[in-house]
Design a protein around this ligand. Structure first.
Ligand code: ZN
Length: 324
């Protein structure tokens, strides 16, 4: 294993740094000459290396993701494939990440489009870890929720949010990510959806709708219910509520679902007389017959869940003695 103190020692020779510099130059351009890139890799250029002779401030791939990702370049997946062919392993760079050098996956949080998603998929196919993907999706969600005054239905925001969901579902379609990222599992409502999640690897087969009909004021991502439809059958196949909260610590951005969405016992939101094993297990309250639907539990005015009435209306009726 690496020792953090090794940062003090530059592990790259001057020749290697020069090769890395040339690699960066070859990739930071509109039209990338893949032959040049490959020949540099053959000579030993390291896409997770540095171009700084004094210390490692970031890994090369970060810069490449940013410059090519910025315009959804078709060269991003192409150079990534080459890097992998020559042994790039995001999870094990020659010099590990620390406070100064973010995991280059972080850069994926800023860019959208097919080539960006395709690149992510290539990395996932090569076993990219949940730790690395967690870095970027937490950051991405963090950025989106941060936009407080933008309407999600404004075109730019909508596209950004849609790509976020496409990327999250793509990540979750890999067993090794799903098993090792409980936060992601909870975020996308894995436990209460039954559709085969592997289908989301073909992100274009689906329509992603942000349902904000229940929102008062500006409909934002953090209050929306995400509904995913199969384009072919027009069938709704996946649903989850986006419940996000900031941690108090303003330096650390953190994402979690509504606190009611936990494995703790959950008191019936209608009658308060029955305790479900947890929020959203789908069972019926024996007292008031409310069905334990997680989306409706978290969104009191939401109508189209397992219960035909919203929680608010159901409670009103229950209190008026209209529910048996
Ligand atoms: Zn009840």
């Amino acid at each position: 294993m690496y020792n953090k103190n090794e940062y003090r020692v530059m592990p790259y020779t001057a020749d290697e740094i020069e090769l890395n510099r040339q690699l960066l130059e070859a990739c930071e351009t509109r039209i990338v000459n893949l032959k040049d890139v490959e020949s540099l890799l053959k000579k030993g250029a390291d896409p997770l290396g540095t171009t700084n002779p004094d210390y490692i401030d970031k890994h090369l791939y970060s810069d490449i993701v940013c410059s090519l990702g910025d315009f959804n370049s078709k060269y991003l997946p192409k150079v990534t494939e080459l890097f992998l062919k020559y042994g790039m392993n995001i999870d094990r760079p020659r010099v590990p990440y620390d406070d100064r050098t973010d995991n280059p996956l972080w850069g994926f949080a800023f860019f959208s489009g097919h080539n960006v998603a395709r690149t992510l998929k290539i990395l996932l196919d090569h076993g990219l870890s949940a730790e690395s993907t967690g870095v970027f999706w937490n950051h991405e969600i963090g950025d989106l929720i941060d936009v407080y005054y933008d309407d999600i239905h404004e075109e730019f925001m909508y596209n950004r949010c849609m790509w976020t969901i496409k990327k999250l579902m793509l990540l979750a379609s890999y067993d090794h990510i799903l098993e090792n990222d409980e936060q992601l599992r909870r975020f996308i409502g894995y436990d209460y959806n039954s559709y085969d999640i592997k289908h989301f690897r073909n992100w274009d087969d689906f329509e992603y709708i942000f349902d904000t009909t229940h929102c008062n004021g500006t409909p934002q991502l953090d209050r929306s219910i995400v509904r995913i439809y199969e384009k072919k059958s027009k069938r709704e196949v996946w649903v989850f509520g986006v419940y996000l909260e900031w941690m108090d610590d303003c330096t650390v951005r953190y994402v979690r679902r509504n606190k009611r969405d936990s494995d703790e016992p959950f008191v019936c939101p209608i009658c308060g007389k029955h305790t479900f094993k947890k929020n959203g297990d789908g069972s019926k309250c024996p007292v008031c017959l409310w069905q334990n639907d997680i989306v409706q539990n978290c969104e009191p005015s939401y109508k189209n869940g397992a219960n035909r009435m919203s929680q608010n209306k159901y409670r009103k009726n229950y209190l008026a003695g209209k529910v048996e």
